[in-house]
Design a protein around this ligand. Structure first.
Ligand code: 13P
Length: 289
């Protein structure tokens, strides 16, 4: 991967702050994230899931992020989030993504290792950073009617995580320490299992950067402690989707006659920007460029 990206992750880990990954599927959300990063001088990871990138277009996402990078000079890393198939990962790497997350967490450990090795081999040749995953993270990035039950055995096993990192040489690792994708309607969200995080960090050491998924709604105190214990990247999606959708609905309700997108979308951009700025402050990544 690019030395600049690697150095950024190393710096975050040694200085105990984290880089936010903010997911997008449209132009305005990207614009909002960039505005927040620019205001607070923060590096940013822009994420697109397979679904989000299919809507936006892989090459189009690369071009958009590239244009913002050129204009702002911000460290912007474009990451494919939860890539499941090797073929799609290859497409993203070929299109110019800076990083990819291979999610083989539902596969057997052997199969997860086997495909991750293939992904690492393909991506590293092209200087693309690779994130693996051990310990399936439940839920999806929306407001959930029922929160998934997370049992002790769902959490990432430190031994398995170590074996996976050693055998695949992934750069970073998504771990299950109690979070899930999405948010509960009641606002109840999981506490992070900090003990498990400590055990994983002890086993992995500095061999891979640790990644927290399902960042939306996670209690702020837990997030701060998790960063102190070695989490270097935190993924946020649901809170952005919610802010965008709520603001857009309100703008249309307040102004039913309005038909000019850049007018009724302005409030959605502002709402997303606010969420991203709050996360940047929480993660400690402000003034780090
Ligand atoms: P949330 O939707 O819970 O923020 O999770 C996002 C995520 O982990 C993307 O990979």
């Amino acid at each position: 991967m690019q030395n600049k990206t690697l150095n950024l992750f190393k710096r975050a880990r040694s200085e105990n702050w984290a880089i936010g990954q903010f997911n997008i599927s449209n132009l305005e959300t990207l614009q909002a994230i960039i505005r927040a990063g620019r205001n607070l001088e923060s590096p940013l990871i822009i994420g697109t899931s397979e679904g989000e990138s299919k809507f936006l277009g892989l090459r189009q996402a690369v071009a958009l992020v590239g244009a913002w990078r050129e204009e702002t000079g911000l460290p912007l890393i474009l990451n494919l989030d939860h890539g499941k198939s090797f073929d799609y990962i290859k497409e993203a790497a070929d299109a110019g993504y800076d990083a990819i997350h291979f999610d083989g967490s539902k596969l057997s450990l052997e199969e997860n290792v086997r495909i991750a090795q293939k992904v690492v081999q393909y991506c590293h040749k092209r200087k693309v950073m690779v994130e693996g995953e051990i310990g399936f993270i439940k839920g999806s990035s929306e407001v959930l009617k029922k929160i998934p039950e997370i049992k002790e055995e769902d959490l990432t096993d430190p031994e398995e995580a170590e074996k996976f990192v050693r055998e695949t040489k992934v750069d970073s690792l998504a771990i299950n320490i109690g979070t899930f994708h999405g948010m509960d309607v009641s606002g109840r969200n999981p506490h992070i299992n900090l003990g498990r995080l400590e055990e994983i960090r002890k086993k992995i050491g500095d061999k891979a950067f640790l990644v927290l998924h399902g960042g939306s709604g996670t209690p702020e105190e837990d997030v701060k402690k998790a960063i102190k214990l070695g989490i270097v990247k935190i993924n946020i999606n649901t809170e952005l989707r919610l802010a965008y959708t709520k603001a857009l609905k309100k703008a249309l309700e307040d102004n039913p006659e309005e038909t000019t997108p850049y007018k009724y979308l302005a409030q959605a951009v502002e709402a997303v920007q606010k969420v991203v700025e709050d996360k940047i402050k929480l993660f400690g990544s402000a003034n780090k460029i």
